[in-house]
Design a protein around this ligand. Structure first.
Ligand code: SAH
Ligand code: SF4
Length: 414
């Protein structure tokens, strides 16, 4: 049973998620996963090592943790045998607990995971012929309540810690058997080729699981730094995409401090419709959002911004919408590609998916304007792993109930 104080949704468009430091453990040991090398060195020093030893040991331990994926201090062969129990008494190497692992008929895998303090969240792996993409969660639930998204109906939310975020990638590597096995001394200059030679299946990461990553910016950044570090998980920033529903004030920092590819959940081209389906639009409107996209550090023709567009029947799927989308992309001179996502239904959802003909026509209009507009094939629908279907069983609230709670809250406020 969860015992962390949880944060109820404070409002549909003005969330203030609670950040947390390291999860305190009952046995007093500290989980090292999620901590950067410098912090590990500090902890070693606080535990009694002198500064030089702490620095050396932290470098070794860091490499074993993130680069080699070991989860037992005994496996750290270049650390003295007597030192290993000393470490194990004070520290642990955690992974999120796996509650359930599911396999779709199309090869997609979904894991229901649990934090040390009892909150459930999900992670999805999508294998393709030429790549393997891990869809990582940034929060338990989401505060933003986009009307077409199942995750948005989860009532309680907390931010995931850096350890819980990087822990997902580490768990996926465990499950896929993909830790590099080579020598200890090759880390510094290792490039991607060295990894492919290792037969790596997990090639890409998308921050598109549960939650709004830019409302948990610090933890997402700290986790992705460990993922991108050559001596850490060593995945190139070019293979990582962060998806935001449009948290404008954090976008520049995302480009500057993380530097990953950006995906923006646009979904509509008029204020009226976007206000309805992505309530955050009432706070940060389309123009402001597209200006922030135009200014996104690192965006170029070689590294385009992806605009996600969920196809909702008779809501946002007309020829006129497609033409307006093209006009906006041109107006802001955006290096853009458009990803059309067929709406994935869930019980009680207030929308239907556009017809295949409508989606094709929409795609053609955008494509004829010279902008790539592929239709995303839904994956893992049979195990509820497709976009927007992620929702743990713990918090089942219907859309209607959620709207009612929101209305009550508004009424009580004023
Ligand atoms: N919170 C972030 C990232 C997670 S959602 C964001 O909103 O961008 C990942 C993508 O799935 C988003 O583009 C989201 O709009 C889309 N999505 C949500 N619910 C969906 C559904 N039911 N069908 C199809 N796509 C959906
Ligand atoms: Fe949150 Fe993204 Fe779902 Fe909107 S689409 S509710 S921002 S997870």
């Amino acid at each position: 049973m969860a015992h962390t104080p949880l944060m109820p949704i404070p409002g549909q468009i003005d969330p203030v998620p609670v950040a947390r430091e390291i999860t305190p453990r009952e046995d007093g040991r500290v989980d090292l996963i999620g901590l950067p090398r410098k912090r590990i060195a500090e902890l070693f020093e606080q535990a009694g090592l002198d500064a030089k030893q702490a620095k050396l040991r932290s470098r070794q331990v860091y490499h074993w943790l993130y680069h080699r994926g070991v989860s037992d201090f005994e496996a750290m062969t270049d650390i003295a045998k007597t030192m290993r129990p000393w470490l194990a008494e004070r520290f642990v190497i955690g992974r999120p607990e796996i509650v359930e692992a599911q396999h779709s008929t199309d090869g997609t895998r979904k894991w229901l995971l649990r934090t040390a303090d009892g909150h459930d969240f999900e992670m999805v792996f999508i294998p393709d012929a030429d790549r393997g993409t891990l869809c990582v969660s940034s929060q338990v639930g989401c505060t933003l309540n986009c009307r077409f998204c199942h995750t948005g109906t989860m009532r309680l939310v907390r931010n995931l810690t850096p350890g819980e975020i990087v822990g997902q990638v580490m768990l996926a590597r465990d499950a896929l058997g993909e830790w590099p096995k080579g020598r200890m001394d090759v880390a510094e200059e290792e490039d991607e080729a060295a990894y492919s030679a290792d037969g790596r299946l997990l090639t890409n990461i998308v921050m598109m699981g549960m939650g709004e990553p830019l409302y948990n910016f610090d933890n997402v950044r700290d986790a992705l730094k460990l993922v991108m570090d050559g001596d850490g998980l060593a995945l190139s920033k070019r293979r990582i995409t962060l998806s935001t529903s449009g948290v404008v004030p954090m976008m520049e920092r995302c480009g500057e401090e993380i530097g990953v590819n950006l995906a923006v959940s646009l979904h509509a081209v008029t204020k009226e419709i976007r206000d309805e389906i992505v309530p955050l639009n009432r706070k940060f409107g389309i123009e402001e959002l597209l200006e922030a996209c135009a200014a996104y550090p690192g965006a170029s023709n070689a590294r385009r911004i992806t605009f996600e567009y969920v196809m909702l029947r008779d809501r946002n799927d007309s020829d006129e919408d497609a033409r307006e989308l093209v006009r906006l992309i041109r107006k802001y001179k955006l290096p853009a590609k458009v990803n059309l996502i067929p709406f994935n239904p869930w019980p009680g959802a207030p929308y239907e998916c556009s017809t295949p003909e409508r989606i094709k026509r929409f795609s053609d209009i955008v494509f004829e304007a010279g902008i790539s507009a592929p239709v995303r094939t839904p994956r893992g629908r049979d195990i509820d792993a497709a976009c927007g279907q992620l929702k743990t069983a713990a918090e089942k609230k219907s859309r209607a109930e959620l709207d009612r709670l929101h209305a009550e809250k508004q009424a009580s406020l004023g």
